[in-house]
Design a protein around this ligand. Sequence first.
Ligand code: HAM
Length: 432
Amino acid sequence: MSQKVLQAIRGMNDILPEEAEQWENFEEVIRSWLRSYGYRPVRMPIVEPTPLFKRAIGEVTDIVEKEMYSFEDSLNGEALTLRPEGTAGCVRAVIQHGLANQQPQRLYYLGPMFRHERPQKGRYRQFHQVGIESFGFAGPDIDAEQILMGARLWDDLGLEGIRLQLNSLGQPDERARHRADLIAYFEAHAEQLDEDAKRRLHTNPLRILDTKNPDMQELCAQAPKLIDYLGEASLAHFEGVQQILKDAGVPFTINPRLVRGLDYYNLTVFEWVTEQLGAQGTVCAGGRYDSLVEQLGGKATPACGFAMGVERLVALLQDQNLMGQPTGVDVYVVHQGEQAGRLAPRVAEGLRDAGMSVVLHCGGGSFKSQMKKADGSGAAYAVIIGDDEAAAGEVTLKVLRSVGEEKPEQLRVKVDDLAQTLMDSIIDWDEE
Ligand code: HAM
């Protein structure tokens, strides 16, 4: 009886080896970039108590209202959620372990997040973020530093066409005054509101400004602007951020309608956006969230961070041809015969001791079929061992990817000299 082949859940992707290797290369760049700014890794659970996200992200947000994978633990009835983002869990961990009590922290994480959104290019139900969070810095210098980090990363990766949008959401009291005027404005134009806007009018009117509905663009453009409600301190903070960006020569656009889809932000918010990915063009987004630590039960601690979408950045790197070729293994060892079969693993281990990557042929077969596999493996060299070689304590070394012209195609080498011969030839070829 044939069994139905099970498929991955819609919007959750397998990343197959060729692409997964590209992800690993990308992650290497990311890690060294993060280290270069003094950020340290932190790893949080993928599942957290549901109330954490409700309190942190906000009850009246798309994420909490309709995108969370929430379920009840069947063993103890606890309400759990697959993390839709990393900030809430990171703040919980910082509070739980008293991390920010002694000194400010610069932390980063990297991993899968889950949102039940409608999948399309650049939008998935399981996606991956690299996120950074800083705790204990109140001034505009850290906001600006985090933004400059983005600029440097695009540069390091060679990415072009990623633009910075910036806004300030002010402080809660400033937002409250703006909110009251905004509600009054929208109420006065109630006939122009769509269903979504009507629903949000008294819960989260700021999010109405974020609408994609073309019929409401003009109405939103004329609405009271939050920036006009900011007090002296908020304006000074915003100007401080802008000044550092200007000094660093990083261009930006102030977008008064940039409000973000999570409720925890205050003051600076920003998004890095590209036009090359279609509708899902935000590759990196974040801002300041000075109340969240206290709101989740910790000691009041200023905080600021961002997260970027790995799928979107990888897609951009692929589109701009910046991914490079996957690197194959160095050596493929083929062998036939009993003695050869016993020598081969020892030869392979010896090469690994010398730092090379080696695939040892498994599963037998003729020399011809083994050599085909060696060719297909992408290895630069084949090491060939037959019983006569094994008896003489030698192997045959064959060049599979010829780089220099004068190299012999094939030569016999003593087992003990093999690693050195290979290293010498690699060095020779690199110099050519
Ligand atoms: P966010 O704007 O919800 O912010 O997500 C950050 C980034 O994650 C987005 O700009 C996008 O690149 C990527 N992303 C979000 N949803 C999806 C999806 N469904 N499929 C693919 N990529 C996606 C946050 O999550 C905040 N925690 C950022 C932050 C950190 N703010 C302060 N610290």
